[in-house]
Design a protein around this ligand. Structure first.
Ligand SMILES: [Zn+2]
Length: 56
């Protein structure tokens, strides 16, 4: 019955894990945002960057 045990231990199966990183992130406190803020609402830092640097 070792096959069933292995199947249950496969990562990502049946966990519903589909979290994606937020598009923007504060470099100071690493808080993620869905929209770009002028300053971080959490810590007030202006170091907010896009979490993904995708060249289009
Ligand atoms: Zn911050």
């Amino acid at each position: 019955m070792g096959v069933l045990d292995r199947a249950k231990s496969i990562p990502g199966l049946g966990t519903g894990e589909d979290e994606e990183p937020p598009p923007y992130i504060c470099l100071a406190c690493e808080t993620g945002f869905e929209v770009q803020h002028h300053s971080c609402p959490a810590c007030g830092s202006f170091d907010i960057r896009r979490s993904k640097w995708v060249e289009e």
